[in-house]
Design a protein around this ligand. Sequence first.
Ligand code: HEM
Length: 145
Amino acid sequence: MHVFGVIVWLGGLMFQSAIAAPVAQAEGEIAKAALRKMSSRFIGFIWMSVWTVAVTGVLMMLLNPQFEWFRYHNTWSKLLGFKQLIFLLMIFYAFGYARMLSYLNTPVSNGGFDEKAVLYRHRLNQFRKISIALGIVALLLAAGM
Ligand code: HEM
């Protein structure tokens, strides 16, 4: 379940970044608006993944003999500690991502090209790429555990 949560989260962001966004960029405004709607719908899956990864992660952590209450004294717990920090960072970016998307899907920003909407469109791509990079680092830390 833990790995499944990670696959849905990272897989969805990668699909949006590498497949959907470039196609929508080339296809014009209607496709871009459709992508924003799809990205908004995916937000629910991000939160489901966040909870799945968090709950299963804590369970596995508590059941692992290498875990001593917040003592990062061996490689396993140090890697886990860094992974937890990255996880919190990814949640921070997910909140920002969800907030910007909900603004961009309001009629005001969607119709016109107000300054904030232009900035948010640019930031959305940035936040997606940063989240993917953080997720890959967390995967590498997990492989080292
Ligand atoms: C985006 C963040 C995360 C990613 C990408 C991630 C990824 C993974 C992966 C791929 C594994 C399986 C490793 C294996 O089977 O060899 C794993 C195991 C594990 N993860 Fe995570 N995880 C994340 C967040 C967390 C969090 C937040 C916690 C704790 C609160 C956690 C605790 C654990 C534990 C305890 C294991 C088992 C390690 C072991 O068997 O020795 N993970 N994680």
